[in-house]
Design a protein around this ligand. Structure first.
Ligand code: CA
Length: 233
C-alpha cells in the first residue's frame, strides 16, 4: 500500500515516545513519504546529516539533548524545514525553538490530519513557486493580487495602506505557516522594530477590519497567542 520511492519527500521523525513514533511512521509511510526515525537528539543530528530529509518533525522533550540544541545543530549547515512537536506546557520552549530557527510547531496531542497539512505546507515553502502572485481564499471571498497590489473582498476592491500591504503580503505568501511577531516586525517595519508588538496589533486589527467577515473572530488571520500570526487562505 506504500507509494514510497526515491523521489518521495523524506521526513525525519525525532521522537522518543515509541507509540507516537510508530503512529507517525505508519501514517507517513502510508502516504508515500520516506521516513527515518531518531529516538534521541544525537541520533537525530546523525540522521539529518546522512539522510538529508526534506522536513524534520522534532519532539522537544528528548532524553539526551535539548530541542534547541538539535535545532542549532541542524541549522548550522541546513535550511531544512523543522516542525517542532511539543507538549502543551512547553510554550516557552516553543518560542525559544522558533527563535532558534524552527519553522512551525504543533502541540501534542495533535490530529494526524493537521500534522499532515503542516508537513505539506512546510514542503511547499521549501520549494516556493516564484510565479505565484495571486492568492484566492478557499471560500472565494478574498482575491489578493500581490503583483498588482490589488485586493478584492467579496468582489469589491479594497484599498490598503503601504504598511497594510506589506503585512498582508508576508502573511499571504506564507499560507498556514506560523510567522513570529519578530519576523513580521523586522520584515515589514525593519530590523530595529523587532520588539514593537503594539505596532503589529494595531495593523493586524486594521487589516482584519478590512478583510474579515467578523473581525472579532477571524477567519483568515489567526493569532497564535504569545507567538505570532498564521494566515489561512
Ligand atoms: Ca518526548
Amino acid at each position: 500500500m506504500t507509494a514510497e520511492s526515491a523521489t518521495s519527500p523524506g521526513v525525519l521523525i525525532v521522537e522518543d515516545d515509541p507509540q507516537i513514533a510508530r503512529a507517525l511512521l505508519v501514517n507517513l509511510k502510508a502516504r508515500g513519504y520516506r521516513t527515518h526515525h531518531a529516538a534521541t537528539g544525537r541520533q537525530a543530528l546523525q540522521l539529518a546529516a546522512h539522510e538529508h530529509p526534506d522536513v524534520v518533525l522534532l519532539d522537544l522533550g528528548l532524553p539526551d539533548l535539548e530541542g534547541r540544541e538539535v535545532i542549532e545543530g541542524i541549522r548550522g549547515w541546513s535550511t531544512v524545514p523543522i516542525i517542532v512537536v511539543s507538549a502543551r506546557h512547553e510554550s516557552q520552549s516553543k518560542v525559544d525553538a522558533l527563535d532558534r530557527g524552527a519553522d512551525d510547531f504543533i502541540t501534542k496531542p495533535f490530529a494526524m490530519d493537521e500534522l499532515l497539512a503542516r508537513l505539506r505546507a512546510a514542503l511547499r515553502r521549501a520549494q516556493p513557486d516564484p510565479g505565484h502572485a495571486v492568492v484566492d481564499t478557499v471560500d472565494g471571498r478574498l482575491h489578493i493580487d500581490l503583483a498588482a497590489h490589488a485586493l478584492t473582498v467579496a468582489g469589491t476592491p479594497v484599498r490598503l495602506t503601504r504598511l497594510e500591504w506589506r503585512l498582508l503580503e508576508v502573511l499571504a505568501r506564507n499560507p498556514h505557516r506560523l510567522i513570529s511577531r519578530t519576523e513580521l516586525l523586522t520584515t515589514v517595519w525593519g530590523p530595529q522594530y523587532g520588539e514593537e508588538a503594539n505596532y503589529l496589533r494595531v495593523y493586524i486589527s486594521q487589516l482584519r477590519a478590512k478583510l474579515e467577515p467578523e473581525p472579532s473572530s477571524p477567519r483568515y488571520i489567526h493569532t497564535e497567542l504569545g507567538m505570532g500570526y498564521r494566515f489561512t487562505p
